[in-house]
Design a protein around this ligand. Structure first.
Ligand code: GLN
Length: 199
């Protein structure tokens, strides 16, 4: 790879702008993704928070499901925050009956695991592998991870419930690192992308 990584941010619904801004700020090249053509030449993709049932529906409406699934299956690094974590999971509990996630990482998630909007909270979270002390994590109608499959490592928990996990090239957080002024999670994702591109 030469130069900065090109990171796509799925821009169908939700908080994509904050991810684009954060990635720009730490030196990535970025592109909002709204069509299959926008997937060309990406080094990584971010699925933002928002409403996972809507994002799943729009993936079909914008004909992105098939090409994105194919790109993920061949190892395109991905990072999902909150609703993005749900979209990347392979099983959704308390989802809509017709909600189909992308199955990019073998884990099951429960939607709204911490209660409704009024139960949104911020906390200082220990994240394994992240140097520099606890991470300021914002949870908004957040999901939690219920079970993990082969090769998945849980890297953070709240009250014993897993809220962040990763494989070699997929990272998911139940919280919104794009909403607090700390860029370490986005930098971690860029490191995963660089690691993946290294011959
Ligand atoms: N509760 C939302 C969902 O299920 C996620 C909330 C968020 O992304 N802040 O999609």
């Amino acid at each position: 790879m030469t130069g900065a990584s090109l990171i796509g941010v799925l821009a169908l619904q939700g908080g994509f702008r904050d991810h684009l801004d954060r990635l720009d700020a730490i030196g990535a090249r970025t592109r909002p993704v709204r069509s299959p053509a926008d997937l060309a030449d990406l080094d990584g993709i971010v699925i933002p928070g928002g409403e996972s049932t809507t994002i799943c529906r729009l993936l079909d409406a914008f004909e992105l499901r098939e090409p994105l699934t194919a790109a993920l299956a061949t190892g395109l690094p991905a990072f999902g925050s909150c609703a993005g974590m749900i979209v990347l999971a392979d099983r959704v509990l308390d989802g809509r009956a017709d909600q189909r996630p992308l199955a990019a990482i073998p884990l099951s998630v429960r939607r709204n695991a911490f209660g409704r909007q009024s139960d949104s909270f911020e906390c200082e979270l220990e994240v394994q592998g992240l140097g520099g002390g606890p991470f300021p994590a914002a949870f908004i109608r957040a999901p939690a991870i219920e079970s993990i499959g082969h090769g998945v490592q849980v890297v953070a928990q709240v009250d014993g419930r897993p809220v962040a996990a990763r494989t070699e090239h997929v990272l998911v957080t139940a919280f919104h690192p794009e909403l607090t002024p700390d860029d370490r999670i986005h930098r971690l994702f860029l490191e995963m992308v660089a690691e993946h591109d290294r011959p």
